[in-house]
Design a protein around this ligand. Structure first.
Ligand code: ZN
Length: 260
């Protein structure tokens, strides 16, 4: 975040724009400067990623990188609220960039219309202060998690299906669990909303929770969901938290030689 090296004084326009969150003692002017100097990398501009990106931009996160290989489909509009009806057929990252620019031109948005893998994935993650995973498949989640473990980059994962959602935070300290600790056996994990369906507002709820956890981590305030998983059953409106234990045999994070 380099807040010491990169903390210009807030001008009057910024003080007004962000005044309601600057009033919060956990944020204050120093926290706002820190947000403005932060870089968040978001994978998946979908039902979860849409509100997450919008809240991060509106709160003044200085730089957002959006990664998504898809184009906007009419069936996305029910939940992917960063898009407008006229955006159908356009690259998601391009259409999302337009919404974010109108929301807060102060946020610098970089777009990658691709599904990153390998060294390119690791390089992009290494450049970010924090990663939000809002993808919809396990292969992408495991690859993002692995690169975050390797680079020691904090990771916030969100997932939603039907009326249910979950949020997890992995600070990627030496002692923290990683996403793969949850799933040592890959087995038959695939289940997507393409076949199963999802209520748009539930995806939005998870995206809002992800953005909240991201801001807390960037500001190093409050108690994060680190090593916990928040499970939301919106149909019965029941919320619960379960502990995620670090797996000493985890194929991704058990290597004691890794840094972080
Ligand atoms: Zn692990």
């Amino acid at each position: 975040m380099d807040q010491e090296a990169n903390s210009p004084e807030l001008n009057d326009r910024e003080l007004l724009r962000y005044s309601r969150q600057i009033l919060l003692p956990q944020i204050d002017i120093a926290g706002q400067q820190r947000l403005l100097a932060s870089h968040v990398l978001l994978f998946g501009v979908g039902g979860i990623g849409s509100p997450a990106a919008m809240y991060l931009a509106s709160s003044g996160v200085g730089k957002l990188t959006l990664v998504d290989p898809d184009s906007v489909d009419a069936s996305n509009l029910q939940r992917q609220i960063i898009f407008r009806s006229d955006d159908v057929g356009e690259e998601k990252v391009t259409a999302a960039n337009r919404t974010l620019a109108s929301l807060n031109a102060q946020t610098s948005v970089h777009t990658i219309h691709a599904a990153l893998s390998g060294e390119r994935l690791r390089q992009e993650i290494a450049k970010a202060d924090l990663v939000l995973d809002a993808t919809d498949n396990f292969a992408a989640r495991f690859a993002i998690n692995e690169a975050c473990v390797e680079t020691g980059t904090p990771l916030v994962v969100g997932a939603a299906i039907r009326f249910e959602g979950q949020v997890m935070v992995f600070p990627m300290h030496r002692q923290s669990a990683c996403y793969r600790c949850l799933y040592p056996d890959l087995g038959d994990l695939e289940e997507s909303c393409t076949q199963t369906g999802i209520l748009g507002s539930v995806a939005g709820l998870i995206g809002c929770l992800q953005a909240t956890e991201a801001i807390k981590l960037l500001l190093d305030t409050g108690q994060s969901l680190a090593n916990r998983m928040l499970l939301v059953d919106a149909l019965n409106m029941e919320w619960r938290c379960v502990t995620i234990n670090k797996d000493s045999q985890c194929p991704t994070c058990a290597n004691p030689d890794r840094t972080g």
